[in-house]
Write a protein that binds this ligand. Structure first.
Ligand code: ZN
Length: 409
């Protein structure tokens, strides 16, 4: 990677703009029903986005061919379903309203038998009028969750810009990248004092004189005005703000309890954007946990750990060290997703930087879910080879075991 020397970096950083995102989902014949689910989810996401924009007073200028019709992916999904119902000898949903109703129904209660993984069959696409986590995962995989993608890309672009502009070489960019990724995982709430410390850590200014790290913060967080002592309700497990009157943080697998974060506000404080929480914070929790546990092992000198190597080619790279040097290298990608079927469909592995063994690491709350590992493994077969699916505890245990063996050599 080259380090841009001027302010025109916004465009050039686009080269790395797709890091961490799914690309090139390869469909196989038996994935037909997953494709239908993805189309419907993409359609629902579009309908939601359109509704939000209209609520915000924006006039939608669609091409006249599309006017008055629901989005293309929704209609394609409906057509595919029509054929599935028809060949199964069932009566297809009569109209859009009937199909919306079907989207609120768990797949295993549909009149036709969908070929989805066991865990996915218990899910639905809509929970009342909200997209379910599965629908969001499906819409994202289909690349049609426009709103989510815009926010995610925006945050990512600003993060890369701060990392690149505040570094002198590739190693510096990588260090900055890790620090900023970690910030998004560790700090769902930022105080003004923390922002000041970030500005002194990343001092580079843009052409308007504003530190570019502030632009990144504005993209990833929303500012709340406040003065004096403020008590912010947060979860002591994941750090996410809790809603007043609701004890649960809503984070998958989190067993934290509501607590109070007391700060002294000077004008305001910052809370993560919903999309930042969804795409960077919550999925990052498992990555951070594994990295922290491996850091303890690293202190013993038997392994060396790299976080998000190659600017996030995957999450963790572990080198096992003997007296004579590096003996073996393991790579791990940690994934916290609701649907094992969709995770398997969208999973890819970047070969650079190289490693001898590859692991797909699951948080315990996914690995413990009946059928999850089996469904994921089935879906990965023939798509990605040589990847072992393990829970986070099992992965850390394997690293410790291997490190001991290597050290004894
Ligand atoms: Zn929590």
């Amino acid at each position: 990677m080259t380090i841009p020397a001027n302010e025109d970096v916004a465009e050039s950083s686009g080269a790395t703009g797709d890091v961490g995102r799914t690309e090139g989902v390869a469909f196989q014949q038996e994935d037909g029903d997953y494709l239908t689910v993805m189309l419907l989810a993409a359609g629902l996401a579009r309908i939601r986005d359109d509704r939000r924009r209209m609520d915000a007073g924006e006039y939608l200028t669609r091409t006249s061919a599309e006017q008055g019709l629901l989005p293309v992916p929704w209609r394609s999904g409906m057509t595919r379903l029509w054929w599935r119902f028809h060949t199964a000898g069932q009566v297809p949903p009569r109209n859009d309203l009937a199909l919306f109703e079907l989207c609120r129904t768990p797949f295993n209660e549909w009149p036709i038998e969908l070929r989805l993984s066991v865990a996915d069959l218990e899910q639905s696409l809509l929970d009342d009028d909200e997209l379910t986590p599965l629908a969001e995962q499906a819409a994202r995989l289909s690349g049609r969750d426009v709103e989510a993608e815009l926010v995610e890309n925006h945050v990512f672009r600003e993060l890369m810009l701060v990392a690149e502009m505040n570094a002198n070489d590739e190693g510096g960019v990588q260090t900055n990248y890790c620090d900023l990724r970690r910030l998004l995982i560790d700090k769902p709430v930022l105080t003004e004092a923390k922002v000041r410390r970030l500005v002194s850590r990343f001092p580079k200014r843009g052409s308007n004189g504003q530190p570019i790290v502030q632009r990144f913060i504005q993209a990833a967080y929303t500012r709340r005005a406040a003065q004096g002592p403020v008590a912010i309700g947060v979860c002591d497990g994941c750090g996410n703000p809790t809603q007043r009157g609701v004890g649960d943080c809503g984070t998958a697998g989190c067993s934290g309890r509501p607590t109070s974060l007391n700060i002294e506000a000077v004008g305001g404080y910052y809370v993560q954007h919903r999309a930042t929480r969804r795409f960077f914070h919550d999925p990052g929790l498992v990555e951070a946990r594994v990295l922290d546990r491996l850091a303890d092992v690293q202190a013993e000198g038997t392994i060396s750990v790299e976080a998000w190597p190659g600017l996030d080619a995957y999450d963790i790279r572990v080198s096992f060290l003997s007296r004579s040097g590096v003996v073996e290298v393991w790579g791990a990608d940690a994934k916290d997703q609701v649907s094992p079927g969709l995770l398997g469909l969208g999973f890819t592995w970047r070969s650079d930087p190289p490693c001898d063994r590859r692991f797909l690491v699951l948080p315990e709350h996914r690995a413990d879910q009946p059928g999850y590992v089996a469904d994921l493994t089935t879906e990965l077969q023939g798509r990605v080879s040589g990847v072992s699916v393990v829970s986070e505890d099992a992965f850390v245990a394997r690293v410790i075991g291997k490190a001991r063996k290597v050290a004894e050599r």
